[in-house]
Design a protein. Structure first.
Length: 639
């Protein structure tokens, strides 16, 4: 008998391995795998996804909306395939909204934000800025911003409206648009800060609103008056910069020389070319040329530089000295512009000290002739920009700002004017306090009441007796207090000194009834009557003993004399948040005055923002959506 297989053990796995290894031809290539459950069930099991909870869905939608608003992206990005793939990778259960849904959500967010702002500014003083601009598709817009200090003494600057202008930017159209803005936002007294354009100035005259000229524009005009004097030197520097911008080879030589000659913080710097409409760019150009002087001269001396005219375009040593003097004159104006452009701290209170500092900079001191003429042109233009009507507000703002309240930069006459103007404003804002005072009524004069006689019997009138105690006391004993006679139950006959007890004794003669008619006994009032204790304690409203003028004078003088001036680094609004209970009337004046911006930068910054929203690819945005995106971008806080 032939044995085909010798099963040594009952392990079928080894047997299967043997067949696969040694008898592949007989067994074949069939491979058996472990059956899966779905093969027994029949149909493949479908994965069921749990829907994303509603709050989480809304949270992601809100985050996408904030991302679109603050990154200045188009709303249509929510339907972009790549963006949706990113969302699916991050949260597969999230259902991305369409463009229309996202637009609806942003509109709701705008209404909620608008309501919050309206609640804060309704009926309160507001300082606005206003300016117009033209979009890429030549549509005219105007933007209104509002600055105010809230109850927590935080300075807020909000964009109120960005609307399309129908027609020209005339004074009448501007006044009508601002009137509509005031009706929409319901704010109270209004002051405005704008540029010196004639249509802006006329518009606020029509409205009767106090108008402040933008200090940034005034400084720009002052500096430009000086730059015209040194225009040749600036043009020479511009020619050098233009050459390096046109020649990559020359720029390469410049970088090479920078590594050899300049400090590390000056290496890799490119030359800056100026823009005719921005004087600070001229300052930046001159500063960069001075910084790169050694490298520029090294490039010109290099044999590889083929431009023979470049050497003549560089500044000579005399011109280099003039350029450095120009920079020393312009830098304080640049610093002043940055300070006046702040939106987080009060700026109007710094206008006067800033102007005084700039006047000192322009005072002539052993300067070269061209610098003297430059300073004279700037000083003349600066003097022309002063507005006497605004000066009193500038003095007032400096007085109520704890950083400048000492007014050390003013003479005694101007200090007195500032104090008087503050006193007038306090009287306008003064609210007469009414005090609830509890006071006992004075006893009304009446007939002398009989005093009960002192007991005569059984009393020792010695020094230790009750009489001695009465004489030593300053307050009367209860027995000495005059008391009204109580009504008697039975009449008392004083003639016979007898009590009338019978009915006949109580009867009166009819003749007496005719001559002395009976008087009605007054009805007793209910003991619960609220007026029952009025003869003892009365709660009455009384005005203060001092007049409003006296109160304001005392408060103003205490504020000026008693409170020291704080450092320039400190926040004046934090100081006022602590001192408001001590100087309540002056605080109200400070809250309305310190909110006024010194420049119209808040509305002008919208120009740059609008340029990034209304682009060539998005030139067909509706005016409503332009306003929506600008409003949310400026007013929504980034989380």
């Amino acid at each position: 008998m032939t044995v085909l297989f010798d099963l040594v053990s009952g392990n079928t796995t080894n047997f299967r391995a043997h067949l696969t290894r040694d008898h592949e031809a007989e067994v074949g290539h069939a491979k058996h795998t472990q059956p899966k459950i779905k093969e027994f069930v029949g149909e493949k099991m479908k994965k069921k996804s749990v829907p994303l909870p509603g709050p989480r869905q809304e949270e992601i939608c809100e985050a996408i909306g904030d991302y679109i608003v603050h990154s200045l992206l188009p709303l249509s990005m929510v339907e972009d395939t790549t963006f949706r793939n990113l969302l699916a990778a991050l949260e597969p259960r999230f259902q991305p909204p369409c463009t229309a849904t996202m637009l609806t959500k942003l509109k709701k967010k705008k209404e909620a934000t608008k309501l919050d702002i309206l609640t804060e500014i309704k009926g309160k003083d507001l300082a606005i800025t206003h300016d117009g601009w033209t979009s890429l598709n030549t549509e005219g817009y105007e933007t209104v911003t509002g600055s105010y200090i809230n109850d927590k003494w935080k300075l807020n600057c909000k964009v109120l409206d960005t609307v399309k202008v129908e027609g020209s930017h005339s004074a009448e159209n501007i006044a009508a648009a601002l009137t509509r803005a005031k009706q929409r936002w319901l704010f109270g007294n209004t002051v405005a800060t704008t540029d010196n354009a004639s249509n802006e100035v006329k518009a606020f005259k029509l409205l009767g609103w106090h108008h402040f000229s933008c200090l940034g524009h005034n400084l720009n005009l002052v500096v430009n008056a000086g730059l015209t004097v040194v225009s040749r030197i600036i043009a020479k520097g511009r020619a050098v910069v233009s050459y390096f911008h046109r020649s990559p080879l020359a720029m390469g030589f410049l970088f090479e020389k920078q590594k050899l000659l300049l400090e590390k913080n000056a290496q890799g710097h490119k030359l800056i070319i100026d823009c005719p409409t921005r004087w600070n760019s001229s300052l930046a150009m001159l500063e960069r040329l001075v910084e790169q002087t050694a490298a520029l001269h090294a490039v010109v001396s290099d044999a590889r530089c083929k431009n023979t005219d470049l050497k003549s375009k560089l500044y000579s040593y005399e011109e280099q000295s003039t350029v450095e003097s120009i920079i020393s004159v312009l830098k304080p104006f640049h610093t002043a512009t940055i300070i006046m452009s702040s939106e987080s701290k009060p700026t109007i209170s710094l206008v006067l000290p800033t102007l005084i500092k700039l006047e000192r900079v322009l005072s002539t001191e052993d300067d070269a002739d061209i610098i003297t003429r430059m300073k004279a042109a700037m000083a003349k233009n600066l003097e022309k920009r002063k507005n006497d009507k605004s000066l009193e507000f500038y003095r007032l703002a400096s007085l109520v700002d704890p950083r400048t309240k000492a007014l050390g930069f003013l003479d005694d006459e101007d200090k007195a004017k500032a104090r008087q103007f503050l006193l007038e404003k306090c009287m306008e804002n003064f609210d007469v306090p009414q005090l609830n005072i509890k006071r006992e009524k004075e006893d009304e004069a009446g007939p002398d009441m009989p005093v009960l006689p002192m007991p005569q019997n059984g009393m020792d009138h010695g020094s230790d007796g009750p009489e001695a105690l009465i004489q030593e006391s300053h307050e009367p004993l209860p027995s000495e207090i005059a008391k009204p006679e109580l009504p008697m139950l039975f009449p008392y006959n004083h003639d016979n000194d007898q009590e009338l007890k019978s009915e006949n004794d109580l009867k009166l003669d009819p003749a007496e009834l005719e001559t002395e008619p009976l008087q009605k006994v007054p009805k007793l009032e209910d003991v619960d009557s609220p007026d029952w204790l009025n003869d003892v304690v009365v709660c009455q409203v009384e005005s203060p003993k001092f007049s409003p003028m006296e109160i304001c004078v005392k408060e103003v003088d205490r504020f000026i004399a008693d409170e020291p001036q704080i450092s320039q680094k400190d926040d004046p609004l934090e100081w006022w948040a602590k001192k408001e209970p001590i100087f309540p009337t002056v605080a109200q004046v400070a809250k309305s005055v310190l909110a006024i911006p010194a420049s119209s930068v808040p509305s002008e910054r919208i120009f740059s923002l609008a340029g990034m929203i209304v682009t060539k690819k998005r030139s067909q945005l509706s005016p409503e959506n332009v306003d929506l995106l600008i409003f949310l971008n400026k007013n929504l806080k980034q989380k």
